[in-house]
Design a protein around this ligand. Structure first.
Ligand code: C3B
Length: 833
């Protein structure tokens, strides 16, 4: 039974659901009580920030009770649990999401309305929790939501960075980085847990000792101790099922650390050492897919892994004392990329040096406990640490790594390829050379039970191109888990209009079973449903147009086609391909201003790593070209280009529901999966993209005919790359040549000729490493197809609806169930209320 379709009262921020009056009253009373007794103000004088804090305090009352229930259930049943180790968790804001998951959003909205407040405005007070760079960190956040929702016993472990990813300002078209102080006024969601503080040794030297029985052992004499203070952030499952914990470690100095100096009158020295210890969790490294290679970064990685393992051991020992035989049966650890790899030798060290197990016993446990997810094939992202840094910071860990390596090369490798030194040097954890290095990915593969990639094509490339020798040795170690995103945040919370439509056609359980949304396909040819679907999109575009105006001053028409590319700025993601196309469109409009094209708004959001010069130049170029186009009266507003500053989770929530076109245009083979591609499709955007990462699986679901696929395939890229010459494409295509040369002029940067030349240089003189010129013609053609379809409103609506309806498999619940079944062998636990 489906309600009348032509419901028009639904907007981006408003639902028509009726709300229980008694619940509203109770919520209001709680908020007012907290305003007075927790925050210390009153409704008459409270600031928006105070109101927000009172709302959080109200929600927390619900959350903490359920958290205790969850933890007691798990402890009582001594359940197996997964421990998700990740240097990044890009949580974004939590208020609307937590209200949604507790099914209290409508109640809270009405309660605040009765105070004369708009819930969306109040929730804007919350700073984004941006403890991650991009896809990898956001994936970890979606996974926490799904772990809680699907009732899997779990803990997320990470770093309590004082400063998250930098805030981006755009000044005169250029990126400027500003610190992000997300906790400046405290974060009301987190709870400090002093009872679980850990002390972590660092530095020093290893002493060889001979035991009375003549055997050799190593004793580590660290030079300092760092205190790890845990902060817990509860993660509420949908409909309050269970509440998971995200435990983030903050570094502090220990008393032991500076006591002697202090006594000797070294008060200032002691303070200096203190600041060193406290530096560890000060700031998130702002590199997405490139290693920083800095001492402090390895210290961060070691610090949070060491704290987390001690926490895991402490909890294990509470029920199993000193008997480690059950350890691997109770504990699964997932390494989110190579960043937490140091947990491997640290667990070995704890078991051998602190718990007295033999090497073989420790290895048996360790190699059954860890699993590793690879997120990229980019060589510059594969972490390699100079041996000398290890010698200085973690001498005992280095010794254990050598031991693991020795046994591996002389065991399985020698057995499979006797006397083959070439293969040994390829598979070795240690890379020889002027500077000897530890290859973290090799350590992960050697130790882990399972190694997975994040989309089908990527997992295939991990197995066949990145680790082919390991795959010969252990073919069954390698598997795929395609990424997913949480439909609670990425549809239900951020697109209320669409959520209501799904409530009407699919029933209210679709956020727990996204496959249910497939019924919308049945309505994709019905005019009234097409109209309702496109009305929702239009309302979202109106709301985004307002945001665009506020943030950039640029006026855009919600009837235009909104074409969006939002993601980190990287050459492989090819924002500059998009830019070249925009320039060619602009050029053709100047040549013929009256041509009948669909009005288009190109929307960008992207942060560049602060030291990535070319990426910053591309941001400047987008802004410079946009400035010119947006103010050129000759083209009659048919084209607008907007760069939204400070792209982050909360901005994504406004942009994605308003997109018509989702640009997913990486060079095939380079984007491991992508996850915004899934969010866009769910929200009814059509993908204009290459056959890369999860795009392939998206069009498998939604149909290639309902998206705009272009460009070289992975195999074609691999084939072309060795003999690629960008000049051939440049010389053969007049239009391409004209726009590339345009970058060299001062047309877009009056008085500053050459300000955009670095892009041309990279495309021609530096060999165009990501084949931008090779894909240009095909990309242009795909845009023409998109324009043509956009003119046919009914056909467009149908394609958009089919995209949205067929994204069921991209729910992160499906990803998490895949991990639970195939990698963790983990069972869900219903928590009784
Ligand atoms: C990203 C990849 O670039 C994306 O394709 C992928 O969807 C996500 O991870 C999640 O799997 N990635 C990242 O954000 N940071 C890295 N260091 C490596 C990969």
């Amino acid at each position: 039974p489906v309600k009348a379709a032509a419901k028009t009262s639904t907007s981006a921020t408003q639902t028509t659901a009726t709300v229980d009056k008694a619940q509203v009253k109770a919520f209001k009373e709680q908020v007012e009580k907290h305003l007075r007794t927790t925050i210390g103000t009153s409704p008459v004088k409270a600031s928006k920030l105070a109101w927000w804090q009172a709302v959080v305090a109200t929600v927390n009352e619900d959350i903490f009770g359920r958290l205790t229930d969850t933890q007691q259930t798990h402890a009582k049943n001594d359940t197996r649990a997964v421990h998700y180790l990740s240097a990044e968790f890009l949580m974004g804001r939590l208020t609307i999401n937590n209200l949604t998951n507790l099914e209290k959003f409508d109640v809270a909205r009405e309660a605040l309305k009765e105070f004369g407040l708009d819930i969306n405005e109040i929730c804007e007070e919350e700073p984004d929790m941006a403890l991650g760079n991009g896809g990898l960190g956001r994936l970890a956040a979606c996974f926490m939501d799904s772990l809680a929702t699907c009732n899997y016993p779990c803990v997320g472990y990470g770093i309590h960075y004082e400063n998250g990813l930098f805030r981006q300002e755009i000044r005169a078209g250029k990126q400027v980085e500003r610190p992000d102080s997300w906790r400046e006024y405290g974060c009301p969601w987190e709870a400090c847990r002093p009872e679980s503080v850990q002390n972590i040794p660092l530095g020093g030297y290893v002493e060889k000792q001979t035991a009375p029985d003549g055997s050799q052992c190593s004793v580590w004499h660290p030079s300092s101790m760092i205190k790890g203070v845990p902060w817990d952030i509860p993660v509420v499952g949908y409909r309050g099922s269970s509440v998971a914990i995200l435990r983030l470690w903050e570094s502090r100095s220990t008393e032991q650390f500076n006591w002697d100096v202090f006594n000797a009158g070294g008060y200032v020295d002691a303070q200096a050492e203190k600041s060193l210890a406290e530096t560890i969790s000060k700031v998130l490294y702002p590199n997405d897919s490139t290693e920083a290679g800095k001492e402090l970064r390895l210290t961060q990685q070691y610090f949070f892994c060491a704290c987390s393992l001690r926490d895991i051991l402490r909890r294990y020992k509470r029920s199993h004392h000193n008997d480690f035989s059950e350890f691997a049966a109770k504990i699964a650890i997932q390494l989110n990329d190579t960043h937490p790899t140091i947990a491997i030798p640290e667990l070995m060290r704890l078991l051998i040096d602190e718990e007295g197990l033999s090497y073989d016993q420790a290895w048996d446990i360790t190699s059954k406990t860890f699993n590793y997810t690879n997120h990229t094939l980019l060589p510059e992202a594969l972490e390699k640490w100079p041996v000398y840094i290890f010698e200085k910071l973690l001498p005992r860990h280095l010794e254990l790594i050598y031991e693991i390596n020795f046994r591996f090369l002389n065991g399985p490798v020698e057995a499979k390829w006797p006397g083959n030194n070439e293969i040994k040097s390829r598979l070795s954890i240690i890379e020889e050379g002027e500077v000897r290095k530890v290859r973290m990915a090799n350590l992960c593969v050697i130790t882990s039970e399972h190694v997975n990639g994040v989309a089908k094509i990527h997992s295939k490339l991990v197995k066949e191109n990145l680790f082919p020798d390991y795959a010969q040795l252990w073919p069954n170690k390698f598997c795929n888990v395609t990424n997913g995103v949480t439909p609670r945040r990425w549809i239900l919370s951020c697109n209320r209009g669409l959520a209501e439509l799904y409530n009407d056609v699919a029933g209210k359980d679709w956020p727990l079973d996204l496959d249910k949304c497939e019924v919308l396909k049945k309505y994709a040819d019905k005019k009234e449903y097409q109209d309702r679907f496109m009305k929702i999109k239009h309302d979202n575009k109106v709301a985004l147009a307002k945001t665009i105006k506020e943030l950039t001053g640029v006026e855009v028409d919600p009837n235009a086609m909104f074409d969006v590319q939002v993601k980190r700025l990287h050459e492989y993601k090819r924002q500059h391909l998009n830019l070249l196309y925009i320039m060619s469109l602009y050029k053709s409009l100047l040549e013929d201003p009256d041509q009948d094209i669909v009005p288009q708004v190109f929307i960008f959001g992207a942060k560049a790593a602060p030291a990535y010069t070319l990426a910053k130049d591309i941001i400047f170029a987008i802004n410079a070209v946009g400035e010119k186009i947006n103010n050129d009266l000759r083209i009659k507003g048919k084209l607008k280009v907007v760069f939204l500053p400070n792209y982050r989770v909360s901005l994504a929530e406004k942009i994605i529901p308003a997109a018509d076109i989702s640009e997913q245009i990486s060079t095939a083979g380079y984007e491991a999966s992508g996850t915004s591609n899934m969010k866009f499709s769910m929200n009814g955007a059509l993908t204009l993209g290459t056959m890369d990462g999860a795009n392939i699986e998206i069009v498998e679901q939604a149909g290639i005919e309902n998206n705009f696929i272009f460009g070289l395939s992975v195999d074609e890229v691999l084939e072309l790359k060795p003999r690629y010459n960008p000049w051939d494409y440049y010389n053969a295509d007049h239009d391409l040549k004209a726009v590339v040369d345009w970058l060299d002029s001062d047309f877009f940067t009056p008085g500053q000729p050459g300000a955009l030349s670095s892009i041309k240089t990279s495309l021609l003189n530096n060999g165009d490493p990501f084949l931008v010129l090779a894909d240009f013609a095909s990309y242009k053609e795909a845009h023409q197809r998109a324009q043509k379809l956009f003119k046919d409103k009914a056909k467009w609506a149908r394609a958009a609806m089919i995209n949205s309806a067929t994204m069921g498999i991209f729910s992160s619940d499906r990803s998490i169930r895949d991990y639970a079944e195939n990698i963790w062998t983990l069972r869900s636990q219903i928590v009784k209320k």
